[in-house]
Design a protein around this ligand. Structure first.
Ligand code: DX5
Ligand code: ZN
Length: 217
């Protein structure tokens, strides 16, 4: 069976304090860091790239880093992120013509492969890639910004994945917190990204523990 893991997103943290905010989340019991990389093309927002991730890695040497690549050309950033010792390279399949080729390059670079889909993308489009994926990310908001409302109608995608690929890491991302985690747990998600709910809480440790205990059942 798959383990419940909580990966806070620092997107809505004080990015002028990316290191101390990230370290604080790990100290509060996070299992991994979810780093939202946006290129201003795939989504109408622009965050940070591999130079920043590499500097963060030089300060936080052992945490598990997942980069969520909300970019038009994920193959462009594989080398840079691998150099930053990113562990999980999760990219959107929508803008990519050769998904299997990108999966292969990510693995050759020594990172785990994650495939992400937006709310309007049917989950069945991933079937032909499933044996190359280590993780599937189901967006529960339209990507681009933190602090949006959780889309409960994405849960059938999670349920379908858990039924057809019981050993797969299934991640939910967007609007997830103590008030929406139950639906995610019931649908079968085991990797939980939470941004605002954790980062803007006055007790992030408590929120992380609540999320994990709900999923772990
Ligand atoms: C949105 C990002 C999410 C977001 C999550 O495009 O991919 O990771 O930062 O933040 P909340 O939990 O606030 O929706
Ligand atoms: Zn994300």
């Amino acid at each position: 069976s798959v383990k419940a893991k909580i990966g806070p997103s620092v997107l809505n943290a004080d990015l002028s304090q990316l290191y101390t905010e990230s370290q604080r989340l790990m100290d509060c019991g996070a299992d991994y860091l979810h780093l939202d990389v946006m290129d201003g093309n795939f989504v109408p927002n622009l965050t940070f790239g591999h130079p920043v991730v590499k500097c963060l890695r030089n300060k936080i040497t052992d945490a598990f880093f997942e980069t969520h690549m909300m970019v038009d050309k994920p193959e462009m950033w594989i080398e840079g992120m691998a150099d930053a010792r990113v562990d999980q390279y999760t990219f959107h399949t929508e803008p990519v013509s050769d998904v299997l080729g990108v999966c292969r390059k990510v693995k050759e670079a020594g990172m785990k492969v994650g495939l992400a889909i937006k709310p309007k993308t049917p989950v069945e489009t991933l079937v032909k890639y499933m044996d190359q994926a280590d993780l599937i990310l189901i967006m529960t908001v339209e990507p681009g910004f933190g602090g949006q409302k959780f889309m409960a109608d994405m849960m059938p995608k999670v349920k379908w994945l858990r039924e057809n690929y019981p050993g797969m890491d299934i991640e939910v991302d967007g609007g997830v917190g103590p008030s929406t985690i139950q639906a995610c747990a019931e649908a079968g998600a085991n990797m939980i990204v939470a941004g605002t709910a954790v980062v803007q809480s006055d007790n992030p440790q408590n929120v992380i523990e609540t999320l994990r205990s709900t999923v772990a059942g």
